[in-house]
Design a protein. Structure first.
Length: 139
């Protein structure tokens, strides 16, 4: 079974949504983890917008990349430029993949406008996760 680590700066939004998407799409075909170079805790808006589509990430935890130093990953995916820059080396033979998504935590405006940004990022991550998981199935 392929093991995937999804990295982001704070492991609160993008990497958490990606972890939820990958678990939802791939089920028991992938072992999915997420972490950050910092641990900011789960962003409540990320939990909310994922819940809107039936994916519950409220039980996920915000972890540091160091928590997984001894896990043998097949893929390490960075989902933000900052994580790629701050954590360019990971002690593993894993294939390193980078796909940056905008940080929804930077959104401003009314609550609904901010949630719309979270939804947009959620949907883009979902599309990416589906394409990635499908590419593993066909290889």
């Amino acid at each position: 079974m392929n093991r995937i680590l999804i990295l982001c700066t704070g492991n609160s939004c993008r990497s958490q949504m990606a972890e939820g998407w990958f678990r939802h799409i791939a089920g028991d075909r992938l072992e999915v983890y997420s972490a950050g170079v910092e641990a900011h805790g789960l962003n409540p808006r990320a939990v909310k917008v994922m819940g809107e589509i039936g994916i519950d990430i409220s039980g996920q935890t915000s972890n540091l990349v160091d928590d997984y130093r001894d896990v043998d990953f097949h893929y390490v995916i960075t989902v933000c430029d900052s994580a790629r820059e701050r954590c360019p080396w990971f002690p593993s033979n894993a294939e390193k993949i980078h796909h940056s998504f905008p940080d929804p935590a930077d959104a401003t405006g009314s609550e609904e406008e901010i949630l719309d940004v979270f939804r947009s990022v959620r949907d883009h991550i979902g599309q990416y996760a589906e394409e990635f998981a499908n590419s593993l199935s066909s290889s």
